[in-house]
Design a binder for this molecule. Structure first.
Ligand code: PMV
Length: 328
């Protein structure tokens, strides 16, 4: 099935010409505690497994859309994006799913307060914000479940950035992906903090899409990944329901390390970690051994997200002076 066919089903009887001329929306970034790693359908971004994330409510992407009559123009943090770049072609191909040919061009202004392509889910919040903005521009009035399905067509993890709390993205089993969407979970845990530790803000050399494909096709460890996810999802639900910090942190950290083990076992091998990343893993393990309740998770890049409780902020700042602390 093709993306436009999914869009057609969801947008049956909805306007395909803009009702508004300018809209502005925000979508938060999300950090997976149990990762999405591997697709069962490359075209529709359907995952092999479910995944579970937590949003960082004040970090993400704001998108402003203005209708135009001639061509699409995209800017990120005030810089115009080249028309031959992958960001431009991915965003315009996504909008093409919803508009009539040559009838609606857009000026798309992204304002992001996280680094792009550094493994911090910048594409997740960007596509979620773009989907929410199109929903307003065309006045579709879609429910969140449908927005999550549409955002997934832009980038898999964008399915989760429609929400701003703990979120589960159900893998689903249908070929059309209508059962593969994210939902907000009922857990509240305001004491849980995340810390963004940027070790490099360079663009990553291999996209998640390519890395996932290589892992599914060649990693000797990929066969064990779905069982790892089943196990970790159960533990995470229990830990979040009981606010069991050690169980949540150790499960999220083990899940991230298992994902990175899968990438290392692919051929050719993929290593997203830098020497600095590994030095910080070891520092975290040493601090934990000395009694500090601290864990990490890592996406497809060298940067780390630290997981800790609000009461430990002074110690965290002392150990990692450059960290950006996100309260939720
Ligand atoms: O949605 P993508 O294609 O950017 O893939 C995201 C993959 C990870 O960030 C590594 C894991 C996840 O669940 O967010």
């Amino acid at each position: 099935m093709k993306k436009y066919e999914v869009a057609k089903i969801i947008l049956a009887n909805k306007p395909s010409v803009p009702v508004n001329t300018t809209v502005q929306v925000f979508a938060p970034t999300n950090i997976a505690l149990c990762k999405y790693w591997g697709k069962r359908d490359d075209e529709l971004n359907l995952p092999v497994t479910s995944s579970l994330s937590v949003a960082i409510p004040d970090k993400g992407a704001q998108v402003t859309l203005h209708t135009r009559s001639d061509k699409d123009i995209i800017s990120i943090n005030g810089q115009i994006v080249a028309e031959n770049s992958s960001v431009y072609s991915r965003a315009t191909a996504f909008i093409d799913l919803f508009r009539q040919k040559n009838s609606c061009f857009l000026q798309i202004e992204y304002s992001l307060n996280i680094p792009m392509s550094a493994g911090l889910a910048s594409s997740a919040c960007s596509f979620a914000a773009l989907t929410k903005a199109l929903n307003e521009l065309f006045a579709w009035q879609l429910p969140e479940k449908s927005l999550s399905i549409l955002a997934r067509l832009g980038s898999g993890s964008a399915a989760r950035s429609i929400w701003s709390n703990f979120v589960e993205w159900h893998a689903g089993t249908r070929a059309d992906g209508m059962d593969s969407y994210a939902e907000s979970l009922p857990y509240q845990w305001p004491e849980l903090c995340l810390g963004i530790l940027i070790l490099s803000d360079k663009e990553k050399s291999l996209s998640s899409r390519e890395a996932m494909k290589r892992c599914v096709n060649s990693s000797a460890l990929y066969a064990s990944w779905p069982d790892q996810v089943d196990h970790d999802m159960k533990l995470l639900h229990e830990a979040l329901a009981n606010k069991d910090f050690d169980s949540m942190g150790s499960t999220a950290e083990a899940n991230a390390l298992a994902m990175h083990a899968v990438t290392l076992a692919s051929r050719p091998p993929i290593c997203f970690s830098s020497p600095e990343t590994i030095a910080v893993w070891q520092k975290i393990w040493a601090l934990r051994a000395s009694g500090l309740k601290l864990y990490f998770t890592q996406d497809a890049g060298p940067n780390l997200i630290l997981l800790f409780l609000g009461k430990d902020i002074p110690e965290i700042l002392n150990a990692f002076p450059t960290i950006t602390i996100c309260r939720r």
